[in-house]
Ligand binder design. Structure first.
Ligand SMILES: [Zn+2]
Length: 320
């Protein structure tokens, strides 16, 4: 899947690399679903490829081959461990040690931290030293949806590379050519809900589809009107917990920002009456995001969802 809107960023990165002006810690930032990971992966390949041509990794050399297999010895990654909610200090310490080694295949070593904002305080502090005294020929690529959550000390030592959603027409055109086959009104709705981020729109169309999302929206509105949680919480929601949480987060965000959002499609609005307390809504949004991140764990999703929905109802009724 080619993402035409990141091509200018790749060209700018090539330009900096060619003139030795690419700092050792690029921070690729921007909203979810605009292609940050894609750009980060490209940069890792570009830095480690043994024979890049025309500013592109060749895709054929030993380095490219091992990167594709995920076994390149000079490439290191830090992610949230499966059983955790954040990136712990141990992960960053191990990563720091790896970056100090000498490159074995390529001259360079490249680390990737994603999502960077998931580092806890100790992990961020451990990373700081590496950022202050980068090893020769070592690059550290950070990826973040929410760079504002990174400590200022980390941000100030990184070189920001912002990925923004493409123009609306380009995004729609891309979605038509590369997204799931749906009719054009659905495409437009998905793109609007995704805030113009094309890959996020694809995920919405795939995450149980928009129909599932609209079903959740109706239920949230019914709860706001006083309906009981037992009447809306279905087995499908529990089975599709990850999608459910994602939709809950999205509708909560829309309910919070509804006055700021340009209308045009009533099906996407969240008319829950007078504005509920902003802090309570922000808390619900945060909980839904965490729910999505933890949905693969063994936690009782029916209980967690039930609790969240009860809270939603109570918050909406306070706003009345
Ligand atoms: Zn190559």
């Amino acid at each position: 899947m080619n993402l035409p809107w990141i091509t200018p960023l790749q060209e700018a990165l090539n330009e900096r690399l060619d003139h030795d002006r690419l700092g050792h810690a690029p921070l690729i930032q921007g909203p979810a679903g605009v292609g940050k990971r894609r750009l980060a992966r490209w940069l890792v390949h570009r830095l480690l490829c043994l024979q890049p041509a025309d500013g592109q990794p060749c895709g054929q050399c030993r380095a490219c081959e091992l990167l594709d297999k995920g076994t390149h010895p000079d490439h290191f990654q830090v992610r949230i461990p499966e059983d955790k909610k954040e990136i712990p200090v141990d992960s960053v310490r191990a990563f720091n040690a790896q970056l100090q080694l000498t490159g074995s295949i390529s001259e360079r070593r490249v680390g990737l931290i994603e999502p960077a904002e998931a580092m806890n305080t100790n992990a961020a502090n451990a990373l700081l030293k590496t950022l202050e005294e980068p090893a020769a020929n070592a690059w550290l690529v950070l990826v973040s949806d929410r760079p504002g959550r990174l400590p200022a000390t980390i941000r100030s030592r990184c070189q920001p590379i912002s990925v923004r959603p493409p123009d609306h027409d380009i995004a729609l055109q891309w979605l038509e050519g590369s997204g799931p086959a749906v009719d054009s009104s659905r495409r437009l709705q998905a793109l609007t809900l995704a805030g113009g981020a094309p890959l996020a729109a694809v995920r919405l169309l795939e995450a149980g589809g928009l129909d599932f999302g609209f079903q959740i929206r109706s239920s949230l509105l019914a709860l706001a009107q006083g309906q009981g949680v037992d009447q809306v919480l279905s087995e499908e929601w529990t089975q599709e917990a990850r999608s459910t949480w994602q939709w809950l987060a999205l509708w909560t965000e829309r309910a919070t920002k509804q006055r700021m959002m340009a209308g045009g499609d009533e099906a996407l609005d969240m008319p829950i009456g007078t504005a509920p307390p902003a802090t309570a809504m922000a808390e619900l949004w945060q909980q839904a995001l965490e729910g999505a991140a933890l949905s693969a764990t063994s936690a009782r999703q029916d209980l967690l969802l039930g609790k969240w929905l009860l809270e939603w109802k109570s918050v909406c009724q306070q706003g009345r």
